[in-house]
Design a protein around this ligand. Structure first.
Ligand SMILES: [Zn+2]
Length: 153
């Protein structure tokens, strides 16, 4: 399977900087902003496990810090023997800045296996605050729609 070569090179270049002394799982992500520029991130673990931040979120926050508001392509490399998808938290963050058809590539460094998913496959119903708010807050109406589920009361 073909993966975007420039994203792969950028991610491989920084995976050695991943800080993963607890899990030993090193991850790097490269995301392409709408401007075409590429932003990178690595996983940064912490003694207090819950403070660990994934490579994907670091890369997205790096893009936003540099003025991007849209992510058009994502690539992950890791030392896992399987191509790993983003975790749920990263999928939610990606959903803020990427479209459902955005490609997410993942490459295993040890096995060279690659996979590709669309964001919408992995996160079909991301939380959207604008959809959740009452209509008087200026968001879309929150009355049940085709996506709103069936009435139970
Ligand atoms: Zn994650």
């Amino acid at each position: 399977m073909d993966v975007p070569g420039d994203l792969l090179r950028e991610a491989v270049e920084v995976i050695g900087n991943a800080y993963a002394p607890y899990s030993g799982l090193r991850v790097a992500a490269a995301v392409r902003g709408a401007s075409g520029r590429i932003y990178r991130g690595v996983n940064v673990e912490n003694s207090s496990y819950g403070l660990t931040v994934c490579a994907e979120r670091v890369a997205v926050f790096n893009a936003v810090t540099n003025g991007e508001r849209e992510i058009v392509e994502v690539l992950i490399v890791s030392t896992s023997r399987m191509p790993i998808p983003p975790c749920g938290a990263c999928l939610q963050v990606l959903s803020e800045f990427a479209k459902p058809d955005t490609r997410i590539y993942s490459v295993s460094l040890p096995t060279k296996q690659a996979r590709m998913w669309r964001l919408g496959e992995l996160m079909p119903e991301a939380f959207r605050l604008d959809k959740a708010l009452p209509s008087h807050r200026g968001g879309e109406s929150n009355k049940p729609s085709s996506q709103g589920g069936s009435p139970v009361l």
